[in-house]
Design a protein around this ligand. Structure first.
Ligand code: 6GU
Length: 237
């Protein structure tokens, strides 16, 4: 998968993809991540990327021209219907569809080339969404000052789902949310730490018993922390 990130703060990403699974996936050429400064596509001697909102109001709005130029350069098209197959242009915005494991799974499977636009809190000219953006995504019901942390979250969630990115292919299947439940608790040595003991069932080597215990604990955790996942009160889990 190729990922291009468009941002006005490229330095934000200088080290964030240099650790753990993402770093390994890059080295194994499972994913290529390129960071682009929107300002490099800005016109005029002042390289203006934002301007005051029509109709008045606070804050600045990202101008359409630099984003159209950047997307045209990265995808070869400036209309979303003309992108090559497997190209998705994602706007990170609190107005987007909530990111869920199923959304990450769909993107990881379908997208070969992903262009991520980091929006600003104040906004992006709506013509970018109308003409260029295939998916608007939010990472949760809270406001960030920009889409950069959200882009990093989305990339992390996607890369670990790409074939070969994880050590064993069972690890992603057992994650929280992959079956609509939170993950079960985990323990490692020592079996007795300051009098706090690891549950006996995990020590006896009975794998059927262990799986049963894990299912029960996952369900228990889910009921306590995220009852909405069980009642279907939550949208698309
Ligand atoms: Cl994607 N962007 C911003 N600015 N705030 C957010 C968000 C994105 N997702 C949740 N809050």
């Amino acid at each position: 998968m190729r990922v291009d990130v468009l941002t006005i703060f490229p330095e934000y990403f200088s080290e964030i993809f240099e650790f753990g699974i993402i770093r390994r996936a890059k080295l194994a050429e499972i994913v290529e991540i390129n960071i682009h400064d929107i300002r490099e596509y800005a016109m005029g001697k002042h390289n203006m990327v934002d301007d005051r909102p029509f109709g008045g109001g606070d804050g600045m709005v990202l101008k359409p021209e630099p984003l159209f130029a950047a997307i045209e350069n990265l995808t070869g098209a400036s209309l979303r219907d003309a992108y090559p197959m497997g190209t998705r242009v994602v706007m990170l915005t609190p107005q987007g569809k909530p990111l869920k494991q199923a959304v990450a799974g769909e993107l990881a499977t379908e997208a070969e080339h992903l262009v991520l636009i980091c929006g600003r809190y104040e906004g992006v000219d709506e013509r970018v969404n109308e003409a260029l953006v295939t998916d608007e995504i939010s990472i949760g019901d809270y406001v960030l000052s920009g889409g950069e942390p959200a882009a990093a979250v989305l990339i992390d969630a996607l890369v670990r789902l790409l074939p070969g990115a994880l050590g064993s292919d069972t690890s992603a299947r057992n994650d929280s949310f992959s079956d609509g439940l939170l993950d079960c608790p985990h323990y490692t040595r020592p079996a007795d730490f300051r009098g706090m003991k690891v549950p006996e069932v995990l020590l006896n080597g009975n794998h059927a018993e262990i799986e049963k215990w894990r299912s029960i604990k996952a369900l228990e955790k889910t009921r306590v922390a995220r009852g909405d996942l069980l009642t279907g009160e939550n949208g698309d889990m």
